[in-house]
Write a protein that binds this ligand. Structure first.
Ligand SMILES: [Zn+2]
Length: 286
């Protein structure tokens, strides 16, 4: 599922390839992804110039101008992909193709959950009222206020898009490993400094993933099944049963709040509170 780094890569690619270019046509194959209607989306984009691409969490907003501004919000949900590829013949999962002069831009979505939605200039207040500040730019005091009294497992709190937007399953697991904190720990039990470390590590892992093109399949300029290459950099996510890259202990899989969670019990002891920096095993044999 695309998370912040993958969406940021789409934003950068859109800016790089399409900024200040005019959308000259829109071919729709499955109108269900266009809201409120294919006609409304066509009216918002065709004949206008793309002048801005903004990202907030996993949302993108494309602003088209000339003669007056119109905006379309994109959320990729589970399997949405945006790409350009010379000589590509759309398969049955390509639901819309935006034409920018001679440059087709395809929207492909196997699960069809993604949406392109016409929005107003007040999209931040209206469409994202339930969404917290962006994870890459939220200030620590604001984020601390939102999390430090929470008694739910840290993993669930970090996934809560109302707290801060952009972290998903992969990067929460990675951020917690890098912080040495167990996903079941309650934020209310953590020191302010530990929470500061978690925010710092979450951002670091997001930025690193952005720079590696993300973890999933979303390479805008070179769409040949070329995956983002961050996967090889993952510490715990998707590594159940493999050796921890730091200590050699076996990476375990738990389910936290219904989400698959990956943890090294040695590097991320559950009782960190009592022994900060404790790197010992928490096994029964002790
Ligand atoms: Zn470890």
């Amino acid at each position: 599922m695309p998370e912040l780094p993958e969406v940021e890569n789409v934003a950068r690619a859109l800016r790089h390839h399409l900024l200040n270019r005019r959308c000259t046509g829109l071919k729709v194959r499955f109108g269900g992804i266009l809201e409120p209607s294919p006609r409304a989306v066509r009216r918002a984009v065709v004949g206008r110039t793309l002048v801005d691409v903004e990202r907030h969490g996993k949302y993108l907003v494309l602003t088209f101008d000339d003669p007056e501004p119109a905006r379309v919000m994109l959320h990729l949900r589970m399997t949405g992909q945006v790409f350009v590829l010379d000589g590509y013949r759309p398969d049955k999962h390509v639901h819309a193709t935006f034409q920018f002069d001679d440059q087709p831009v395809h929207y492909r979505d196997i699960r069809k959950f993604g949406r392109w939605t016409v929005v107003g200039p007040d999209w931040r207040e209206r469409e994202l009222a339930h969404v917290g500040p962006d994870m890459l730019t939220v200030r620590f005091p604001e984020w601390y206020e939102a999390v430090h009294r929470r008694k739910a497992p840290l993993k669930s709190v970090l996934l809560d898009q109302g707290v801060a937007a952009g972290l998903g399953n992969i990067y929460v697991d990675e951020a917690l490993f890098r912080s040495g904190v167990h996903p079941l720990t309650r934020p209310a039990d953590l020191h302010r400094d530990t929470l500061k470390t978690i925010l710092r590590e979450a951002r670091a892992v997001l930025r690193l993933a952005v720079n590696h093109g993300g973890t999933t399949f979303l390479n805008f300029t070179d769409f040949h099944g070329q995956p983002g290459n961050f996967r090889s950099k993952l510490w715990v996510y998707g590594r159940t049963g493999e050796a921890c890259r730091r200590c050699g202990e076996i990476v375990e899989r738990l389910v936290v709040g219904g989400r698959s969670t990956h943890v090294c019990g040695t590097c991320q002891p559950l009782d960190r509170r009592r022994k900060p920096g404790n790197q010992r095993k928490r096994s029964a044999s002790e």
